[in-house]
Structure formats: structure tokens, C-alpha cells
Design a binder for this molecule. Structure first.
Ligand SMILES: [Zn+2]
Ligand SMILES: [Zn+2]
Length: 357
């Protein structure tokens, strides 16, 4: 029987695949060692161009979503790293994107709904141990931030003792554990400067998330680039005003039509209380079309929708989520997913989009 060239090639490939399969464990171990060394030895901050960068470390809402964790936006301004809101996947996603939580210089909270703070404990721990930080990190927020920070400090006080006892003061200095809360006040129609250093200015402004008071959004400027983070809010003139002419508006978005489907589902399942909750939560958020209107009024270049609700597990649901937005906003619009990176190099107009997972 003649095997022919194709047959011989297939036999060689089969033998090769067989040997690779037989040696899969040592091969995987070698790859894992090399990747771990590369990850631990790299400094992605130095690889990024000088500018303002947005890394999405949580694009979702409290609803379970495979593509989106709890609200978290990592903002890199030059060589400084700041985190805005600390939802449940913050520390893991920051790490997965290749950034070192030990380099976080400041945390900013928009309000104290649980989905915006429930990853704070893990993030504070990672920030402390990753770089043997000897000073606690500052957590900025409106009044009430002390209650949140002190609560986490207390909950983690036993763990602090375990870590120091296990690794020693030289590796995890006890002075660097946790955070220091810095509260600021916001006036109804004014922005408040809450950070000013190294070409970076951060302003806070009030938003409309009643009955939750206070609730704020943030404007971040680095050199000639700027972004606004809306926080949780109904359509707010304060967001429109703060976002005038910024490069990127990061606005929360909830599809009222898709939420209605969930309400109807809860009704059919006879889950009356759940149906009521689904209805209640639509009254303190913004629809994608409303966010697009704000982006158009503010003349921003790019609208990044985040705090996405409900989850969008099918491609067709993204189309339903965005329905009507292109008619009102002429710039670029994106539905955020965890791992998205938007880079705004200083001295340029460009917005470079990539994904780091
Ligand atoms: Zn909220
Ligand atoms: Zn929220």
C-alpha cells in the first residue's frame, strides 16, 4: 500500500501531536514559569505612552455578568495609577490586565452602594503586599467615606496580624496596611478640586442618584487630555457641564427596555418582590440613549458606556442595548467590557482602543 506525501505528513503530524501530548505537563510548567517571570518583571506603566489611560476593571452592575465585574475604572495619568470605585472584581482584573495593584496612588469612590465598594478590602490588601508599601493608600470620597474605610480596616484587622506574623515587617510593613479616608464636600452647582499633582487635576461634582446622597462623578485632567466618569446617576446637567469638550465620557447605562423584559420574567415566575426591585432600579439610572444625548450636548469625542445593566450575554442584546444611540450621538460609542483599555496620548487627539485580557 502506498502512503503518499500527504499521508506521510499526516503521520508525522500525528506522531508530533502524540509526543506533545505525552510531554504536556513539563511543557506547560516551562511555559507557566516563563509567563510568570515576564508578568512579574514587566512594568506596563513604562510601556504606555505618556498620557491618560482608562483600563476597565469592572464594567458591570450588581447583576451577575460573565463579561463584566462590579464597577471599577483604573485611570493612569502619566506614571500615576488611580482607581475609581472598587467593585467585586477590581483587584483581580487590575492584575489580569498586567498592572500592579501595589502602584495604586489613590482610590476615589463615587458613592457607597455596595457594588461600588465590595472589592475595597481585597484591593487594599493587594496594594499593601504587592509592593511592601509602608504608607496606607488614600481613599477619597464624599462624606461617609470614613465609615466605609474604617469598617474595612476593622474587618481586615485580624488578617493584618496574620500577614505580618507570617511574612515579617520587612515584606509587609504593618504601617502600610489599609487606607486613610479623605472626605470632601461638594456644592450643588460647583465642582470641587480633590487632587492636584504632577500635571493631574481631579474634580468631583454632584450627580442625581436619589435617594442616595451624596453621590458624585469625577473629571480627570492630565496635561491636555481629559475624561469624565459619571458615577451612578439619572441624566444630570452636572455631568453635561463637567464633560464639556472632554475626550472621553464614561457614563453609566441601563437599558429600560431590557429591564422591562426581566420585570416581565419575574412576574411570570411569580417573584413579586423581585419584580418590584427590577422596577425600582430603573428610576435612578440613565438609558443608553439619554447617555448619548448627554455626550452629544457635551461635544465629547468618545462615549464609553459602563455600569452595564442588564447583562448582555448574546450579541443581539448589545444591538438592542444601543438602539437609538447613533441617531443622537455622532461620536464613537462603545459598550465597556472588563479588560478594555483606552489610551489618550498627551499632545495628540487620538484615542487608541485595545483589550488586555
Ligand atoms: Zn448606585
Ligand atoms: Zn451602582
Amino acid at each position: 500500500m502506498r502512503i503518499g506525501k500527504l499521508g506521510s505528513a499526516l503521520i508525522v503530524l500525528a506522531l508530533l501531536a502524540g509526543s506533545l501530548y505525552a510531554f504536556r505537563e513539563p511543557i506547560s510548567l516551562q511555559i507557566a514559569k516563563r509567563v510568570a517571570a515576564q508578568r512579574m518583571g514587566s512594568n506596563p506603566l513604562q510601556d504606555l505612552p505618556d498620557g491618560l489611560h482608562i483600563a476597565v476593571c469592572g464594567a458591570g452592575s450588581p447583576m451577575p455578568d460573565d463579561q463584566r465585574g462590579g464597577p471599577c475604572t483604573l485611570v493612569i495619568a502619566g506614571q500615576q495609577m488611580f482607581v475609581f470605585d472598587t467593585g467585586n472584581t477590581s483587584a483581580r482584573n487590575i492584575n489580569k490586565m498586567g498592572f500592579n495593584a501595589g502602584n495604586i496612588q489613590g482610590i476615589f469612590l463615587t458613592h457607597f452602594h455596595s457594588d461600588h465598594i465590595d472589592g475595597l478590602g481585597e484591593l487594599l490588601l493587594q496594594r499593601w503586599v504587592s509592593n511592601s508599601n509602608a504608607q496606607p493608600v488614600t481613599v477619597h470620597g464624599p462624606e461617609g467615606v470614613e465609615t466605609v474605610v474604617n469598617g474595612f480596616m476593622q474587618a481586615y484587622s485580624l488578617d493584618r496580624g496574620y500577614r505580618v506574623a507570617h511574612h515579617g515587617e520587612a515584606i509587609v510593613p504593618s504601617s502600610g496596611f489599609g487606607a486613610k479616608a479623605v472626605a470632601f464636600k461638594t456644592q450643588a452647582f460647583e465642582t470641587t478640586l480633590v487632587y492636584d499633582s504632577q500635571d493631574t487635576k481631579i474634580h468631583a461634582f454632584s450627580v442625581a442618584h436619589a435617594p442616595i446622597h451624596p453621590a458624585v462623578g469625577y473629571k480627570i485632567q492630565y496635561k491636555d487630555r481629559s475624561i469624565v466618569i459619571s458615577g451612578d446617576t439619572t441624566p444630570s446637567v452636572h455631568v453635561t457641564k463637567a464633560a464639556q469638550g472632554v475626550d472621553v465620557l464614561i457614563h453609566e447605562a441601563m437599558s429600560m427596555e431590557l429591564m422591562k423584559l426581566l420585570q416581565e420574567g419575574a412576574k411570570m415566575a411569580k417573584r413579586d418582590k423581585l419584580e418590584q426591585i427590577m422596577k425600582d432600579i430603573t428610576d435612578y439610572h440613565t438609558s443608553p440613549v439619554q447617555a448619548a444625548e448627554i455626550a452629544q450636548q457635551a461635544q465629547v469625542s468618545y462615549l464609553l458606556l459602563n455600569h452595564i445593566a442588564p447583562p448582555l450575554p448574546l450579541p443581539g442584546l448589545v444591538d438592542a442595548f444601543l438602539k437609538g444611540t447613533a441617531e443622537v450621538f455622532k461620536g464613537k460609542i462603545q459598550v465597556a467590557k472588563d479588560g478594555d483599555l483606552l489610551s489618550l496620548p498627551a499632545g495628540k487627539k487620538s484615542i487608541d482602543v485595545s483589550h488586555r485580557f
